[in-house]
Design a protein around this ligand. Structure first.
Ligand SMILES: Cc1cc2nc3c(=O)[nH]c(=O)nc-3n(C[C@H](O)[C@H](O)[C@H](O)COP(=O)(O)OP(=O)(O)OC[C@H]3O[C@@H](n4cnc5c(N)ncnc54)[C@H](O)[C@@H]3O)c2cc1C
Length: 369
């Protein structure tokens, strides 16, 4: 019997497994189908300031996680030699109208008071940072501390580092239910009827978390929200920073590629790429950065974000003892990977978690039907 069994090998499960193993616990990760999850599909934007329309527990959780990234990235490079593409490239959020610019200013006003790096800018100042932006851009805001990462490299590095720290990964292991004895989780029951027992169980199954029986989560507590991405491959780099605009965001890569994302669709468990979504993303992207019209089309893909009813992650223990939730990260699971690992490890080793987890509890009213 191991100390911990983790259900799901996306960024939440892998970051948790790594943190636990680095504290000396024996960990097994059960994964039904590597590559099925959202983590491979993400654009890799580490943007708490871009995403937060106000101060609050979610903004604080996201900021805390962004602050943990440099240390995590350095430790992954040391353990695996992999460059996970972490770049503190900054991000621009831009508008195409006067009203849009005012809305941005209103939504981020709290950030100045909170001492976060942000600058409001007019259209010319935005174009001075990103000259490829179109003439219609009326302005917006510049966030110097926002960053990006390459999610497939991050996931690979987390998994290799975890394996080197002693974690055992089992692929093709489909979990049917949490094993519960006397109101205490004791591991997982697989679809093939076998049992994997552990002192602690971590539920990190992304969009599929509510489908696993006996966790205590309501059947619709976490649902999939599909996101589609179009990759463009310009001959030379067009952008160096992340750009958030109306109808799309643009996430550049060192080699000049630009990921155009992403749709938000309740479309069940169907990670399809649709022609209408590709059209809409390209229309928005080419309006914002006309030069991308010359760029060859690269790949397209879709992933399923784990969407909790109230859009807050589910972190911490629920009604069943020794079961820890690390799920429901929705649009920010890559950003939240470091803090998720830290929280899960703290709870299981009996330490104080780095933040108050009450707003993220599995028992909160916002999750109920
Ligand atoms: C298009 C798109 C763009 C995104 N962009 C960003 C971004 O820029 N920044 C950001 O921070 N976040 C982004 N996200 C969100 C982010 O990808 C997710 O929040 C995050 O990947 C969730 O990680 P996870 O480990 O919880 O889930 P997943 O990565 O989905 O992993 C869950 C794993 O559990 C496994 N599993 C499920 N059921 C079972 C079972 N019964 N038994 C065993 N294993 C099981 C699955 O196979 C899967 O591998 C994006 C998502 C999408 C789709």
């Amino acid at each position: 019997m191991s100390d911990v069994v983790v259900i799901g090998a996306g960024v939440a499960g892998c970051a948790s497994a790594l943190s636990l193993a680095r504290r000396g616990l024996s960990v097994r990760v059960l994964e039904r189908n590597p590559g099925e999850g959202a983590s491979w599909a993400a654009a890799g934007i580490l943007g708490p300031q871009l995403e937060a329309a106000g101060d609050g527990p979610m903004a604080r959780l996201c900021l805390a996680s962004r602050a943990l990234y440099p240390e995590l990235v350095a430790s992954l490079a040391e353990a695996t030699g992999i460059d996970v593409g972490y770049r503190r490239c900054g991000a621009l959020r831009v508008a195409l109208s006067a009203a849009g610019r005012e809305e941005i200013a209103r939504e981020i006003a709290w950030q100045k008071a909170a001492g976060l790096a942000m600058e409001l800018c007019d259209g010319d100042a935005a174009r001075a940072r990103a000259p490829a932006l179109c003439a219609e851009v009326t302005g917006g805001a510049w966030f110097a501390d926002e960053a990006r990462i390459d999610p497939p490299s991050l996931l690979r590095a987390l998994r290799i580092a975890a394996e080197r720290a002693g974690v055992q990964f089992r692929s093709g292991a489909a979990v049917r239910r949490v094993l519960v004895e006397r109101a205490r989780a004791v591991g997982a029951l697989l679809e093939d009827g076998s049992r994997v027992e552990a002192r602690w169980t971590v539920l990190a199954a992304g969009s599929w978390s509510s489908l696993i029986e006996a966790s205590g989560l309501a059947p619709q507590a976490v649902r999939p929200v599909r996101g589609q991405i179009v990759e463009l491959t310009p001959a030379s780099p067009v952008l160096s920073q992340v750009v958030f605009g109306p109808g799309c965001y643009l996430s550049p890569r060192d080699d000049g590629r630009v990921l155009v994302g992403a749709t938000m669709e309740f479309a069940g468990y169907v990670p399809a790429v649709t022609s209408g979504a590709v059209r809409d993303l390209l229309t928005a992207a080419l309006r914002l950065v006309p030069a991308l019209g010359e760029a060859p089309l690269g790949r397209t893909w879709a992933g399923l974000r784990p969407h909790p009813r109230d859009e807050l992650p589910i972190l911490g223990e629920g009604e069943i003892a020794n079961l820890v939730f690390a799920t429901g990260h929705f649009r920010n699971g890559v950003l939240l990977a470091p803090v998720t690992g830290k929280i899960v490890a703290a709870l299981i080793t009996g330490e104080e978690p780095p933040l108050d987890l009450a707003p993220f509890s599995a028992g909160r009213p916002g999750l109920a039907a």
